[in-house]
Design a protein around this ligand. Structure first.
Ligand SMILES: CC(C)(COP(=O)(O)OP(=O)(O)OC[C@H]1O[C@@H](n2cnc3c(N)ncnc32)[C@H](O)[C@@H]1OP(=O)(O)O)[C@@H](O)C(=O)NCCC(=O)NCCS
Length: 148
């Protein structure tokens, strides 16, 4: 039977699930140390989409006074095209607005068409290219969504 997907904030206890999901979704994952650091940092908000106990989507965002920096968006391959990433991005936007954050920013590989289409659809604009942003030398778009 299909179980409903629900969203909740992630805590340091979710680290292993996030690391597992990240490894499935990315060729060059952020890695265990960085995931633990993000989940423990007080200026971060991390949210996950769950089916039962299973983490099927995750978004990690770091906040400073005016800006939210989305450092990870990942959805398990078996759960894609069901609106999970869209829900996670809408949820972080809600938290960002509560914090009076002026804009959200993220980096995306210029070859990652699915992600670029997702972000464009949700109002993010590519404002520049960051050369050799990734460890394999790939370039990234810097994308920004103005909130306030
Ligand atoms: C990119 C990613 C997060 C999208 O997650 P998702 O839950 O499947 O996305 P959603 O279902 O919320 O998609 C919302 C919209 O984005 C666009 N989109 C998402 N995936 C797409 C794809 N593969 N092809 C074309 N458009 C796509 C569509 O407009 C979609 O709306 P629709 O399904 O009604 O047409 C997911 O494919 C993923 O985890 N990829 C690997 C990790 C990654 O690249 N993360 C982003 C790094 S910056």
């Amino acid at each position: 039977m299909l179980q409903p997907i629900y969203v909740r904030k992630l805590t340091p206890k979710d680290a292993n699930s996030v690391i597992y999901l990240e490894n499935i979704c990315f060729e060059y994952p952020l890695g265990e140390y960085t995931i633990h650091a993000y989940l423990n940092a007080t200026n971060n908000i991390s949210i996950g989409a769950f089916e039962g106990e299973q983490l099927v989507g995750a978004l990690l965002c770091n906040f400073d006074s005016h800006e939210g920096h989305i450092v990870l968006v990942a959805v398990h391959p078996n759960y894609r095209r069901r609106g999970i990433a869209k829900t996670l991005l809408h949820t972080i936007e809600k938290y960002a607005l509560e914090k009076l954050t002026r804009h959200l920013r993220l980096e995306v590989n210029i070859a990652n068409t699915p992600a670029i289409l997702l972000y464009r659809k949700l109002g993010y604009n590519a404002v520049s290219i960051i050369n050799e942003y990734y460890e394999n030398g790939d370039d990234a778009y810097l994308m920004i969504k103005q909130l306030l």
